[in-house]
Design a protein around this ligand. Structure first.
Ligand SMILES: NC(=O)c1ccc[n+]([C@@H]2O[C@H](COP(=O)([O-])OP(=O)(O)OC[C@H]3O[C@@H](n4cnc5c(N)ncnc54)[C@H](O)[C@@H]3O)[C@@H](O)[C@H]2O)c1
Length: 450
């Protein structure tokens, strides 16, 4: 099949490459000229394990190409996957500008039956808006052409995106036409030779499913963070509680790790957007609001612990920061808890020595240049370089090399052996034996700092 994927970010690039791998011809379109130039010279603009190889091999075999021109790409394609960003607006709602701009452009150039597939995460009712945008453009051209709009939300996880796309738990397809549903079935068929895992449903149901999934996962995290904070007050070790409840099959172990809050390009914006959708519909989403509120509070926990230990004025205090990405396995720093910590600590006068295995480029581009130029924010060459002369180490992202560091080296390099562990990676008893002053999230009475 001839496909066009619009948006070559985390979702679009993986979608395009994986469909090409199954024998389809795919053109990836992006308005970002720099991204397309990079892709055309075999450079992958994002960090995503395994992606580089499948992009390279499919480009080499002529199944995958890239352009900045959607009209150009449209000459060949019959199915259009819209995978552009839907960032949050001031009021929390999803910004549909990019999605609708793409729909209009397709409407302006369409010359045969086409299927528009919404892969971006979009609120209930967006497919209707896309349909209207295309229809308006067609009527402006005094043309009548048949087309369908399908909702096919994406559930991949950054860091495991290729694997998730190749072996999805399920593929959700919201289609109101049999013709479009059949096309989607044949497109996804090669991914589920073992057994079919496509769930067909109404378009609005599919749109809602994506938000409900992300809101559920965010809820598990916020719930556990709430329990962790309570554990701190009561002198209870939340890690034992986690094991105790995770062993219940009805609860499970996933997404119940207490920590410094959830970040990334999806959970925060999707919870906010769902809250907005609910309010617009005249419904008060009490629980979703609490999930979001708890997360905002949680993202400040590390900073509060540092202040409780060192005081509100952090001038003269050097902090090593391990981890900038919002989670391990990605260079994505959008809404990362590390940045909330970093900004708060910088405002309080601290000097930061940061290290992340892949996200330092993204952080450098996103943070104020004068912090770096003024020497108050330094990016270290490796994790031990970051702790040199530091008054404390703050762990914000649980990258594997941070999980079992050389504690003796840490102590040697640091000015004072103080560790704030935002991801509960270390054993408090071992830390004590090693001679560290150790603060984690919800790990018993010794963690009470406020
Ligand atoms: N990142 C994830 O893990 C993930 C997972 C599931 C769903 N989603 C959803 O998928 C969507 C895309 O997310 P992402 O992380 O891939 O975003 P991204 O920011 O990495 O990529 C979006 C791309 O779209 C391009 N773009 C914007 N407007 C365009 C236009 N008019 N024409 C051509 N290109 C255009 C941008 O230049 C950018 O390269 C969002 O709605 C997101 O919520 C993301």
């Amino acid at each position: 099949m001839n496909l066009c994927v619009i948006g070559t970010g985390y979702v679009g690039l993986v979608t395009g490459a994986c469909f090409a791998e199954m024998g389809n011809r795919v053109i990836g379109v992006d308005k970002d000229e720099w991204k397309i130039a990079a892709l055309r010279t075999n450079r992958i603009p994002i960090y995503e394990p395994g992606l580089e190889n499948i992009v390279a091999s499919n480009v080499r075999e002529g199944r995958l190409e890239f352009t900045t021109s959607l009209p150009e790409a449209m000459k060949e394609a019959d199915v259009f996957f819209i995978a552009v960003g839907t960032p949050p607006q001031e009021d929390g709602s999803a910004d549909l500008r990019h999605v609708l701009a793409v729909a209009r452009e397709i409407g302006r150039h369409m010359d045969r039956y086409s299927i528009l597939v919404n892969k971006s995460t979009v609120p209930v009712g967006t497919a209707d808006k896309v349909r209207l945008a295309v229809a308006e453009e067609l009527s402006r051209r005094s043309t009548t052409l048949e087309f369908d709009v399908v909702s096919n939300p994406e559930f991949l996880k950054e860091g495991d995106a290729v694997q998730d796309f190749r072996r999805p738990d399920r593929v959700v397809v919201g289609a109101d036409s049999e013709r479009a549903a059949e096309t989607m079935r044949s497109l996804y068929y090669p991914f589920m030779r073992n057994h079919e895992r496509i769930l067909f449903m109404g378009v609005r149901d599919a749109e809602m499913t994506k938000y409900a999934a992300n809101a559920m996962l965010a809820t598990k995290i916020s719930f556990m963070n709430e329990i962790a904070n309570l554990c701190e007050q009561l002198g209870v070790d939340v890690e034992n509680v986690r094991l105790g409840i995770g062993s219940d099959a009805r609860i499970g172990y996933s997404f119940i790790y207490p920590g410094a809050g959830y970040g990334g390009s999806c959970f925060p914006k999707d919870v906010k957007a769902l809250i907005h959708t609910a309010k617009e519909a005249g419904f008060e989403p009490h629980m979703l609001q609490s999930v979001e509120r708890r997360n905002e509070i949680q993202k400040r926990r590390l900073f509060e612990k540092v202040v409780a230990r060192f005081g509100a004025d952090l001038s003269g205090v050097t902090l090593a920061l391990w981890g900038l990405a919002f989670k391990p396995g990605t260079d994505d720093i959008r809404e990362a808890p590390s940045l909330v910590f970093l900004r708060a600590a910088m405002s309080a006068g601290a000097r930061i020595q940061a290290y992340d295995p892949v996200a330092m480029g993204a952080a450098r581009a996103a943070l104020p240049a004068d912090w770096i130029e003024g020497g108050r924010l330094l990016f270290a060459e490796n994790q031990y370089g970051a702790v040199e002369g530091a008054d404390a180490l703050v762990l914000a992202t649980e990258w594997k090399p941070f999980r079992y560091p050389d504690f003796a080296a840490l102590k040697r390099f640091m000015k004072t052996p103080v560790v704030f562990d935002g991801r509960n990676q270390y054993d408090p008893k071992q830390m004590k034996q090693e001679g560290f002053e150790y603060f984690a999230i919800g790990r018993g009475e010794c963690q009470r700092v406020s």
